[in-house]
Design a protein around this ligand. Sequence first.
Ligand code: B12
Ligand code: SF4
Length: 380
Amino acid sequence: MDSQVLTDKVDTLRREAFRIGFDGFGVARPETAQAGERFQQWLDLDYDGEMAYMGRWNDKRRDMSKVLPDIQSVICLRSNYFTAKKDLGFLGRKQTGDVSLYALNEDYHHVLTDRLKELEEIVKRELPDCNSKIYVDTGPILEKPLAQNAGLGWIGKHTNLLTEGEGSWYFLSEILLDVALPPSKPAVNRCGTCRECIDICPTRAIVAPYVLDSRRCISYLTIELKGAIPVEFRKAIGNRVYGCDDCQIVCPWNSYAVATKDNEFYSPGETWELVDLIRLDEEQFRERFRRSPIKRLKRRGFLRNVAVALGNCGDPKVAPYLIDVLADEEPLIRAHAVWALGELLGQGALDEIDKRLADENDALVLEEVRQLKTRYSHAR
Ligand code: B12
Ligand code: SF4
């Protein structure tokens, strides 16, 4: 096809993408060599923590023809999930859990996969015989550098993609193609001398501009990490029970964000009282988070986070809820409840813990008890 025809095809696909519900569209060449180098350095520094899947597909991230043979273009798409103005006021509402803006309603993987499939059908109609692949988040590709090259925004110092006029509250997704479409103009970085995101991070996870150590990031600690949360970060987590938005909240460019029209991402008005969340049984958890990304965390991971948040709420009156949790069948939850009780009751927690956990034999829980006792130099 000649270049004018391809340019017209891109215009058609852009129009269709907006009709389907995407709010940003661009085309990138599948070149990720420089980003791939940085990615390798990031892995070498162990900044991926326990996300084993990051290293497993390393070769694909660096060479996209291993994902789609003879790949020529990547259609990059943006989907705004900005539903409500958010400030750091949530930190003062200590009895209420904070959930990242992106996770307040439908799981975006489902919502966007349906839209991508619809757009992919149109791509196949416009470009017969082409081969394609769709991705949203879970694929072995470097979504942010690709989107930057497609002109959708620049990678900020907090490492998220952001855009003048829209900020950073949006998801990325892609259609990979073996047809050479005319590429868009890459976005220009406008962070300048600002470093608000670096300075606000409660756990100092942005270890240098544009470099995030996942092992310190509250998003990783509360979503990706499957086991115990390292003690050194528990206080800093505060009342964040799923992900963290702080680096985006303080970004000056997010003051220009415009609310999304996507109903799927609006909160159905749920309350996030910690004392309610800590009492969710398996069935209630499954029912409440049936369509939410929180489901992926499973009850054990979510209640682990809620226990930490209760430990940080500063009100000893919530202790009975944590004492009840010492009888939970999940050791990860019991272990974090031990820590939380120590935070709320100090040495006073020990008698109750001794009584309730007299028959405890799980190593993780016993280690939490040992640490608490060491802290208060109290012999069993
Ligand atoms: C692994 C992962 C995480 C990890 C690691 C985050 C990270 N920064 O990489 C954790 C669990 C911590 C995480 C957290 C979040 N994530 Co996440 N995550 C991913 C995932 C699956 C891979 C990202 C990746 O490849 N990281 C590897 C490292 C090497 O990449 P990097 O930090 O981006 O580093 C690049 C640049 O910083 C740059 N760089 C490095 N040095 C330098 C120096 C200079 C001078 C320059 C200019 C550039 C530069 O080069 C590096 C390589 O490209 C992507 C989906 C995907 N497939 O891409 C979603 C994704 C990045 N996540 C997303 C979201 C929404 C989040 C959260 C906001 C969720 C939340 N509220 O809790 C937080 C944000 C935390 C943060 N500040 O990054 C969105 C981001 C959308 C956007 N607007 O950018 C994505 C794209 C998912 C999606 N499809 O929408 N995430
Ligand atoms: S807070 Fe400042 S440094 Fe961080 S991403 Fe936004 S503009 Fe860039």
